[in-house]
Design a protein around this ligand. Structure first.
Ligand SMILES: C[S@@+](CC[C@H](N)C(=O)[O-])C[C@H]1O[C@@H](n2cnc3c(N)ncnc32)[C@H](O)[C@@H]1O
Ligand code: SF4
Length: 402
C-alpha cells in the first residue's frame, strides 16, 4: 500500500464561449447546458481507475475546466455521493470547483456547498471593462462582485480569485489596480498568472500588443509586494494565500504527489510500486470520443482508457523539479527521496552546479515556513530557488534535464 496523499482531478470540458487566449481542453457549448450523461461517463471512468487505488483515500478533489459551473448542483451531488461510495475520502478533504462569474445564478453556490463543494476558484481575470472585452470574457466586473456576494451568502469563504496580468496594452498601474480590486473582495487565495500566448489560440495566431518581458517582471514584482502587504503570501510562482489557505490540491501537484485524472483529456500520475514506479495517464481529449470510449472500455483489470506510460527513471529528477521548484519553499531531500524513490547521488552535482550559479540556495536554519495545513513534515536538508532562480526559473529547470 502506498501511504501518500491522493488527489482527484475531474475535467469538465465545456464553456459558454472560447476565450481567445485559452488553450485548455475546453469546447464551446452548443446547447443550453452540458450533457448530464457526462456525469455517468466520469463515474465509469473512476470505476475503471479503482483497481490502481486499492487501500488509498482521496485527500482533495478539483473540478476544473472548461467551466464546471455550467453543471448543476445536482450533478455534483450525484458525482460526489457515488465517489464517496467507491472510495474513502479524508474527513477534511478539500473539494474545489472552478466557476466563471458569468455563469452564477442566484443561490447557485449554496447548491454547490450542499453538494459537498467547500472551495471555489472564480475566474475574475481583471476588473477593467476594456480588458474584459479584449479577453473575450462573458462577464463584467459587477458579475464578479455579485458572484463573491453569492459565495459569502453560501458561507463559502475559502475561495480563490484568478487574475491575469501583462494583458494587452496594460500599464503597471492598471495591473496594480486589478490586484487592489481583488484584495478588496477578501478572497482566501489569489492566483496571479502572466498572460501567455499559447499555440493553437486566437491570440497566438494574431498576437495583441503585450507588455515586454521586463515590464511583465516589473508588474509581477510590484503586484507581489502589494499582495504581501494585503496579507497574501506568495508560495508558488502564481499562487498567493492568506495564512492557512494554501490550495492543498495544487500543493500536492507541486510536491510531485499522486493524482487520478478523470474526464476528457484529464492527466493522472500514480505511484504504483516501491521503489517508485510512476505511471502517467491521459484520457481521450475530445468529449464525444471520451464518452464513447469510456463506455467501450473493458471493466476487468486496470483502466485501458486513453494512454498510459511509465516515467523512465532518468526523467524523474527533472519531472520532480518541474513541480517542486515552482514552490518558494522548494523541497527537502526527504521529499525528493519519498516521491521519486531516487537517492541524493542522482541530483547532487546538479544541485551543486545550480547553487554555484546563484539559482538555488540551501534552506537556512529556520527551514521553510510552517503551515498548520501542511501534511509533509518539515525537515532539512532542503533547497529553494533564490530570487535569481525565480526570475530565471526556466534556466534553473533546464539544468535538471536528463
Ligand atoms: C480553467 S480556467 C478557470 C475557470 C473558468 N474557465 C474561467 O475562465 O473563468 C483556469 C485559469 O487559467 C488562466 N489562464 C487560462 N489561459 C491562460 C493564458 N493563456 N495565460 C495565463 N493564464 C491563463 C485563467 O486565469 C483562468 O481563470
Ligand atoms: S479561460 Fe475559462 S472560460 Fe475561457 S475558454 Fe478557457 S476554460 Fe473556458
Amino acid at each position: 500500500m502506498i501511504d501518500a496523499l491522493l488527489a482527484l482531478y475531474v475535467h469538465m470540458p465545456w464553456c459558454v464561449r472560447k476565450c481567445p487566449y485559452c488553450d485548455f481542453n475546453s469546447h464551446q457549448l452548443n446547447s443550453a447546458g452540458p450533457d448530464a450523461a457526462y456525469i455517468e461517463a466520469l463515474l465509469r471512468d473512476f470505476d475503471l481507475e479503482l483497481p490502481r487505488l486499492a487501500g488509498r483515500r482521496i485527500d482533495s478533489v478539483f473540478f476544473g475546466g472548461g467551466t464546471p459551473s455550467l453543471f448543476q448542483p445536482e450533478d455534483f451531488e450525484r458525482l460526489l455521493t457515488a465517489l464517496r461510495r467507491s472510495i474513502e475520502f479524508a474527513e477534511d478533504a478539500e473539494i474545489t470547483l472552478e466557476a466563471n462569474p458569468g455563469t452564477i445564478e442566484r443561490g447557485r453556490f449554496a447548491g454547490y456547498r450542499d453538494a459537498g463543494i467547500n472551495r471555489v476558484s472564480l475566474g475574475a481575470q481583471t476588473f477593467a471593462p476594456r480588458a474584459l472585452e479584449v479577453l473575450g470574457r462573458i462577464h463584467s466586473a459587477e458579475d464578479t462582485h455579485r458572484a463573491v456576494e453569492e459565495l459569502r451568502a453560501a458561507q463559502l469563504d475559502n475561495f480563490n480569485l484568478d487574475l491575469m496580468y501583462a494583458l494587452p496594452q496594460q500599464t503597471l498601474e492598471e495591473a496594480l489596480a486589478d490586484v487592489r480590486a481583488a484584495c478588496a473582495l477578501r478572497p482566501a487565495h489569489i492566483s496571479h498568472y502572466q498572460l501567455t500566448l499559447e499555440p493553437g489560440t486566437v491570440f497566438h495566431a494574431r498576437p495583441p500588443p503585450l507588455p515586454d518581458e521586463d515590464a511583465a517582471w516589473e508588474m509581477q514584482s510590484a503586484c507581489q509586494r502589494l499582495l504581501a502587504d494585503a496579507g497574501y503570501a506568495q508560495y508558488e510562482v502564481s499562487a498567493y494565500a492568506r495564512s492557512g489557505r494554501r490550495c492543498r490540491h495544487n500543493l500536492n501537484y507541486w510536491r510531485f504527489g499522486d493524482y487520478v485524472g478523470i474526464g476528457a483529456g484529464a492527466h493522472g500520475k500514480l505511484s504504483l510500486a516501491l521503489p517508485r514506479e510512476i505511471l502517467r495517464t491521459v484520457k481521450p481529449k475530445q468529449p464525444r470520443a471520451y464518452q464513447e470510449q469510456v463506455l467501450r472500455a473493458p471493466t476487468a483489470g486496470a483502466s485501458t482508457l486513453g494512454t498510459s506510460s511509465v516515467v523512465a527513471e532518468s526523467e524523474l529528477p527533472f519531472e520532480f523539479m518541474l513541480n517542486a521548484l515552482r514552490l518558494n519553499e522548494g523541497f527537502s531531500l526527504r521529499d525528493y527521496r519519498r516521491q521519486t524513490g531516487l537517492e541524493w547521488a542522482s541530483i547532487e552535482h546538479k544541485i551543486t552546479a545550480a547553487m554555484g550559479r546563484g539559482l538555488l540556495e540551501a534552506w537556512q536554519l529556520e527551514g521553510r515556513p510552517s503551515d498548520p495545513l501542511d501534511s509533509m513534515p518539515i525537515d532539512a536538508p532542503g533547497w529553494k530557488p533564490t530570487d535569481l532562480g525565480r526570475r530565471f526559473l526556466n534556466d534553473l529547470l533546464l539544468s535538471f534535464l536528463a
